[in-house]
Design a protein around this ligand. Structure first.
Ligand code: F6P
Length: 368
C-alpha cells in the first residue's frame, strides 16, 4: 500500500481544509494510506503524534471550513539540512515516500529541495546508524506534488491559487460596507489589502468595487501620481459621487521603489488646500485570510486535490516535481520549479523597473 503524506505550509488560505479532505478521501479510494502532517514542515521534523494516519470520517465537515485544521507554520528548521535530515528519518519510519503539500511558492520550493536531496539524506542517515540499509530500500525516491494555497494569487503558471477568490470576496464585502458609511458622510476611504509582491487582490477588488484609484506593486506610480489621483477623484466628485474609495496593495510603491503608504494618500485627500475630503484609513488585515471558502475555492481545492493524488500514483523516479494548476478552466499538471522561477523573475524585473517584461513573464506559458 502506498503511503502518502498531506500537509499545509506557509500562510493559510481558504480552501486548504477542502484540499486535505480531497487528498485523504481520494487516497483512501485508491487504496493508499494517507497521513496528515500537523503544522507543516514542523510536523515532519517533530514526527510522532504530528504524523497521523487519517481516515475517511476524520475529514468530515472540512469542505466548507476556513483555515487549515491540520495547522500550518513557517518552519525555519527546515531551511537547514539537520532539520531536513530528521524529517527524512520520520518519513521512512512511517513508510511514507510521497508528499502532497499545499502552500505558497516558498513552501513549494522547500519541498522540491527536499526531494532533490532525498537520496543523500537517506545515505547520511544510514551512515550515522539512524536507519538501516534495509529500511531505506523501498524509499529510494521521494515524490512531491504541490498545490498552490495562497490568497495573493501570486504564482506564475496558474490562473488562480486556492483561496484568492475567497479573500477577494472578503475584501469586496468590506469595501461595500465602507462604501455605505462613506456615502452617508461624503467621506473618502483609503483601503489597504494584502499583497506584498502581487497586486491581484487590490486590482480585482478595485474593479469589483468601482474604486476611484488603485495602487499595485506591479504598476509603480510615476512622479505625477498625486496630481493624477487628485484630478480623478475631483472629476468623480464633480460628477456627483459622494464617496471616494482608494484601494492599495500593501506593496504599493512609486517608480523609485519607495513605499507609498496609506497615510500619504490620506494626507493628500484631506489636504485643506486641495480636495479637503474627510478621509479615513481602513486596513483590512487578516480577516482576508479567514472565513469559509467561496464555492470557487471549494471546487478548485477538490478537483486539484484529486488530481494531486493521481499525479502521485502515476509518478516515476524520472518525473519532474509538478504542481497542480488551473489554466483556462482545466486542471493541469505543470513543472513546479519553472513556475517558482518565473514568479521570482517577475519580482526581480519589477524591482528593476522593467514592467513590460514583468507582464510578459506573468503571461509566459512553460512546457507541461
Ligand atoms: O498569504 C500571503 C500574505 O497574505 C501576504 O500578502 C501578506 O503580506 C502576508 O501573507 C502576511 O502574513 P503573516 O501575517 O502571516 O506574516
Amino acid at each position: 500500500r502506498k503511503k502518502i503524506a498531506v500537509m499545509t505550509s506557509g500562510g493559510d488560505s481558504q480552501g486548504m481544509a477542502a484540499v486535505i479532505r480531497a487528498v485523504v478521501r481520494t487516497g483512501i479510494n485508491m487504496n493508499c494510506d494517507v497521513f496528515c502532517v500537523q503544522q507543516g514542515y514542523n510536523g515532519l521534523i517533530e514526527g510522532g503524534e504530528y504524523i497521523r494516519k487519517t481516515e475517511w470520517a476524520d475529514v468530515r465537515g472540512y469542505l466548507p471550513r476556513g483555515g487549515t485544521p491540520i495547522r500550518t507554520a513557517r518552519c525555519k528548521a527546515f531551511y537547514e539540512r539537520p532539520g531536513r535530515l530528521t524529517a527524512a528519518k520520520n518519513m521512512v519510519i512511517n513508510g511514507i515516500d510521497a508528499i502532497i503539500i499545499c502552500g505558497g511558492d516558498g513552501s513549494l520550493t522547500g519541498a522540491d529541495r527536499f526531494r532533490a536531496e532525498w537520496p543523500s539524506l537517506l545515505e547520511e542517515l544510514v551512515s550515522k546508524g539512524e536507519l538501516t540499509a534495509q529500511q531505506i530500500v523501498p524509499h529510494k525516491h521521494l515524490n512531491i506534488v504541490g498545490l498552490v494555497g495562497s490568497i495573493d494569487n501570486d504564482l506564475s503558471g496558474t490562473d488562480a491559487t486556492i483561496g484568492c477568490y475567497s479573500a477577494l470576496d472578503r475584501i469586496s464585502t468590506v469595501i461595500s460596507w465602507v462604501q455605505d458609511t462613506a456615502d452617508s458622510h461624503s467621506r473618502a476611504f483609503v483601503i489597504e489589502v494584502m499583497g506584498r509582491h502581487c497586486g491581484w487582490l487590490a486590482l480585482m477588488a478595485g474593479v469589483a468595487s468601482g474604486a476611484d484609484f488603485i495602487f499595485i506593486p506591479e504598476q509603480p506610480r510615476e512622479d505625477n501620481w498625486k496630481e493624477e489621483m487628485c484630478s480623478i477623484v475631483k472629476k468623480h466628485r464633480d460628477e456627483g459621487k459622494h464617496q471616494t474609495i482608494v484601494v492599495m496593495a500593501e506593496g504599493a510603491q512609486d517608480r523609485y521603489g519607495k513605499k507609498i503608504t496609506t497615510d500619504m494618500v490620506k494626507d493628500l485627500l484631506s489636504d485643506p488646500h486641495g480636495l479637503d475630503l474627510d478621509t479615513r484609513v481602513t486596513i483590512v488585515g487578516h480577516p482576508q485570510r479567514g472565513g469559509k471558502p467561496v464555492a470557487h475555492d471549494r471546487m478548485l481545492a477538490t478537483l486539484q486535490g484529486v488530481e494531486a493524488v493521481h499525479a502521485v500514483l502515476e509518478a516515476t523516479p524520472e518525473t519532474e516535481t509538478c504542481f497542480i494548476a488551473i489554466n483556462e478552466n482545466k486542471i493541469v499538471r505543470k513543472p513546479l520549479m519553472a513556475a517558482v522561477q518565473a514568479t521570482k523573475e517577475v519580482a526581480e524585473v519589477i524591482k528593476a523597473q522593467d514592467f513590460e517584461k514583468a507582464v510578459k513573464l506573468r503571461d509566459t506559458e512553460f512546457a507541461d
